[in-house]
Design a protein around this ligand. Structure first.
Ligand SMILES: NC(=O)c1ccc[n+]([C@@H]2O[C@H](COP(=O)([O-])OP(=O)(O)OC[C@H]3O[C@@H](n4cnc5c(N)ncnc54)[C@H](OP(=O)(O)O)[C@@H]3O)[C@@H](O)[C@H]2O)c1
Length: 268
């Protein structure tokens, strides 16, 4: 790491991690320039590859649970996609906040999701949870589609749903993306069905687009070093094998994060 003129929170050589903000998304590079407010010292107990698994999924899970769902000790929380990048961190954060957690996973992810602290695991390949679960205070949906539709049926009235994979709504445009009113109106239209569903079920619905934050990364690093949270790494690919990394991502069912490193000799 190097610090530019005017940046004084870090010194050259610090082991840092960051989430690039929205305008800089969409590329893989060895070097990137980021505002220091978006940077934090990475967890001391992790190497670079493992730490790379934290920012996107960790910030998403943290901001969903803490800021949107306002999870409290004893909250009954449902998480779809429990074995994925967001889900594995959300389960651990929810247990840090002392919530009672039910998560979905296909059989290959069951043991992992249990080990991370889920109190109950639902095999979504065999069980339609809309018929077997009810009364949840809050839900984090990391799957979208039909899964999200089912989530509306298992919440108590007054409950909250946050999706990171469903349909964006006006707040996503105005609050998360700082987009124009025209985009907010477009999102209002596309989310009409899901908002009606929420209104009928008596719950709130929010599509969260996470935001980059050095403060939140510092908080997450502390939780990792204190042993509350660990990133789950599915596999590591060198940059030269990036098509294989994308192919693995597209097949779905990664357990935790797929990481790309700049080293040529990383194990795939
Ligand atoms: N809005 C945001 O700010 C934001 C940020 C990060 C990610 N995302 C989005 O959030 C979603 C999840 O991200 P991720 O990194 O966790 O993805 P991921 O690592 O690919 O995990 C997705 C999980 O979904 C599960 N799944 C697939 N089909 C399912 C179904 N029909 N029912 C229930 N579970 C199913 C899989 O579980 P099994 O392994 O058990 O099959 C998998 O573990 C993606 O759509 C991603 O683009 C959004």
């Amino acid at each position: 790491m190097r610090a530019g003129p005017g940046a004084n929170r870090f010194t050259a050589g610090d082991r840092v991690y960051s989430r690039v903000d929205a305008p800089g998304l969409g590329a893989f590079a060895e070097f990137v320039c980021v505002p220091e407010e978006l940077v934090a010292l990475m967890p001391q107990s992790l190497g670079f590859a493992e730490a790379a698994g934290l920012p996107l999924a960790g910030l998403t899970a943290l901001q969903a649970l803490r800021d949107e769902l306002r999870i409290q000790p004893g909250s009954r929380l449902f998480i779809s996609g429990g074995a994925g990048g967001v889900g594995t961190l959300a389960i651990q954060l929810a247990k840090y906040y002392r919530a009672e957690v039910t998560a979905t996973a296909s059989p290959r992810g069951h043991a992992l999701v249990r080990e991370l602290g889920a109190d109950r695991v639902v095999d979504y390949t065999r069980e339609n949870f809309a018929h077997t679960l009810e009364g949840f205070d809050a839900a984090l949906d990391a799957v979208g589609g039909r899964t999200l539709t089912r989530v509306f049926r298992i919440l108590r009235r007054g409950g909250r749903i946050v999706s990171v994979a469903g349909i964006p709504e006006p707040k996503t445009a105005l609050q998360d993306l700082h987009a124009s009113r025209a985009v907010a109106i477009l999102f209002w239209v596309v989310s009409l069905g899901v908002r009606l569903r929420a209104w009928r079920a008596g719950v709130s619905y929010r599509y969260l687009f996470m935001h980059a934050s050095g403060d939140d990364l510092r908080f997450l690093a502390g939780l990792v070093d204190e042993g509350y949270v660990r990133p789950v790494v599915d596999s590591i690919y060198p940059l030269t094998q990036i098509p294989d990394a994308f192919a693995a991502l597209e097949t779905g069912g990664a357990k935790g994060k797929i990481i790309v490193t700049m080293d040529d000799d990383s194990p795939a």
